[in-house]
Each structure stands twice: as C-alpha cells, then as structure tokens.
Design a binder for this molecule. Structure first.
Ligand SMILES: NC(=O)c1ccc[n+]([C@@H]2O[C@H](COP(=O)([O-])OP(=O)(O)OC[C@H]3O[C@@H](n4cnc5c(N)ncnc54)[C@H](OP(=O)(O)O)[C@@H]3O)[C@@H](O)[C@H]2O)c1
Length: 313
C-alpha cells in the first residue's frame, strides 16, 4: 500500500514509518522540513502540491501537531490548537479534492480527551469526556478542548469516499530517543522515579509494537470507524507504573515528589504538570471487542521489553 503520514517525523511517526516500511509498504512523510528521499514538503496548514500524494494513496495517518511537551502558556496552547485543527482541515481538503481518495484516514487524537478520573476506566462507549471535572486546575480544560476541536476537524471534513478513524492514543512507549519512555527512564535511573503527588493518578500507555499492530488492524478492518482508544488494557496508578519501571531497570529506590516539587521540576524541564498529574484511565474497549489481541497487555512485560531494547541500542 501507499501510506501517507503527515507529521510523520516525530516519535510516533518514526515508529510507524519504520514498521510499515519494513512490512513492504510505500511510506511518504509530509513535513515542513523535508530531509530524506520519501519526505514531501507541506506547510501543515494549507493545501499545496503535496496534495497529489494523497490522490491515489491507500491510507493517510495524520500525526501533525505542535508538541504537547511544553509549558501550557496561552501562546503554546494556542499553537497546540491551531497546528492540529489547520493541519487536519488541510488533509481533509486534499482528500475531498482527490480523484481517487484514500480508503481510510486514521486521524491522531489523544486519550487526554477523557475526563480526569479514578473511579472507572474510560472506554469509547461509556467513557466521560473531560473539560468539566471538579477540583482540577481550570487550564486542564484547554487540552480537552484542543482534543475535541482536533476530532471535530476530521468529522467535519467532507470526504464521503474515505473511512475516518480517530485514534485516541495513550502515551506511546518506544525505546527511541526523544520519547516519553526515555524521559521516564531517565528519572527512574536518577532515583527520581517515585510517586508524584501521591501517585494515585492513572497512567495509560501503549507499547510501540501494539501501536503498530493496532494501526494495521484498523487499516484492514473496513467496518470500523469513529473513535478508537489506543491504550493497553491495564492502565495503572503512577506509583505502581514507576515501581515496575524501576524494577525493570534495577533501580532500588524512587524518591517521592510532592505536587509542589513536580511543579518546580516541570518548570525546569519546560514541561507541564498536567502531563504527570491528570489521571488518564483509558482502556481499549473497541479494540478488545473487535478481537484485537495485545502482545503487551501488562506494563511489567512491556517495561522489561523496552528496557532490554534500550540496553541493546
Ligand atoms: N507520543 C505520544 O505518546 C502521543 C500520545 C498520544 C497522542 N500523540 C499525538 O500524536 C502525534 C504524534 O506524536 P509524536 O510524539 O510523534 O509528536 P512529535 O514528535 O511532536 O511530532 C509531531 C510532528 O508534527 C509536526 N508539527 C509540529 N508542529 C507543527 C505545526 N505547527 N504545524 C504542522 N506540523 C507540525 C512535526 O513535523 P515537522 O516538524 O517535520 O513538520 C512533528 O514531527 C501528536 O499530534 C501527538 O499529540 C502522541
């Protein structure tokens, strides 16, 4: 198949590009800074000559968007929103104008669209969307609004010949440089991988191998559309999540951090505590109901595999 990946130069794009290319597909990446043979230039906001790549391709997987690993300042939140909505609209316009539109458009979204909660897991059918939770900082609603606007941009695209799937992805755990796993492992190795603010908040995650397999599953299954959670079936509280990671690497201790210490740490790292403190309890209801089998359903085995690959790098 010819598979076009707008925004495919980042962490998730690298995982998908490598695996789909290795599987024999013809992968084209749309990027604002083309560097390799299969890179094609786009501006991430308006249609242009790049649109011909989508005409006659089989699959589009749109990953584009300003990184969320930043301080949630008004400027950064605005860039997070506009980069996602504009790039998604541009992809929709290109598909709408194509003489031979792709069979399927997988649109990245995020598990962050769901509410901060502890009581029950969020699946696609019974899950609660976020934005109105009591007792959380008001600005947390902004990342939920961004996620909803991002999804709406795909829903509103007039592309009747193309199946549309929204990928509500949890944190993608891959051993490559620059991903969330590298950051968490570094903290654990420094002895800082303990509970943060009590550590009861849930961490949803997916192993990179299962991310690829789920994408392949969704490409193949012509009967599936709409939102699909990409998360392992067993999210776990942050304190247990970090305990397993420490055990996988062989780090005996992980200092606990208060909410206040996390604020300082996130400030120093130019990141935001929402990424650490929001309880993302998201489960793959639809994937499991449709018969998808995870290779890494449990974090213990997933962490062991990722550590093995980091050590062998
Ligand atoms: N990583 C995760 O665990 C995770 C989990 C859930 C959802 N997601 C979402 O999945 C997508 C891919 O994740 P990732 O970790 O691979 O992200 P990433 O490393 O930040 O890559 C995203 C890509 O988007 C492009 N981009 C950045 N700013 C842009 C802008 N203003 N306009 C247009 N394109 C822009 C960049 O490509 P160029 O600079 O080459 O143009 C970049 O490589 C993101 O939208 C992310 O929010 C990620």
């Amino acid at each position: 198949m010819k598979i076009v990946i707008p925004g495919g130069t980042g962490q998730v794009g690298a995982v998908l590009d490598r695996a789909l290319t290795a599987a024999g597909h013809d992968v084209v990446v749309l990027t604002r800074r083309p560097a390799r043979d299969r890179d094609v230039h786009w501006d991430g906001a308006t249609t242009g000559p790049w649109a011909k790549e989508l005409d006659g391709c089989d699959v589009v997987i749109n990953l584009a968007g300003r990184s969320v690993n930043c301080r949630y300042t008004p400027d950064n939140l605005s860039a997070m929103l506009t980069s996602r909505v504009r790039s998604t609209r541009a992809v929709g316009e290109a598909i709408a104008a194509a003489a031979r539109p792709p069979r399927v458009w997988l649109q990245m979204s995020t598990a962050t669209v769901y509410a901060h909660r502890f009581d029950a897991p969020n699946d696609e059918k019974t899950g609660v969307l976020g934005g109105a939770e009591p007792g959380v900082p008001a600005y947390w609603a902004r990342s939920v609004e961004i996620a909803k606007a991002w999804e709406r941009a795909q829903e509103e695209a007039a592309t009747p010949g193309t199946r549309k799937v929204r990928l509500r992805a949890a944190m993608v755990m891959s051993p490559g440089r620059g991903g969330v796993f590298e950051t968490l492992l570094r903290l654990a190795r420094l002895g800082l991988g303990g509970p943060v603010a009590g550590g009861a908040q849930y961490v949803s995650w997916i192993h990179d191998r299962d991310l690829v397999r789920a994408v392949e599953f969704l490409i193949a299954r012509d009967d599936l559309d709409g939102p699909v959670n990409l998360a392992a079936p067993a999210p776990l509280p942050q304190r247990a999540f970090m305990r397993e990671l420490r055990a996988a690497w062989g780090v005996p201790v992980g200092l606990p951090a208060t909410r206040w210490m996390a604020e300082v740490g996130a400030f120093v790292l130019r990141s935001d505590t929402e990424l650490l403190l929001k309880s993302r309890r998201v489960v793959p209801g639809r994937l499991l109901a449709e018969g998808f089998a995870f290779e890494y359903p449990a974090w213990q085995q997933a962490a062991a595999d990722l550590v093995r690959r980091v050590r062998g790098r």
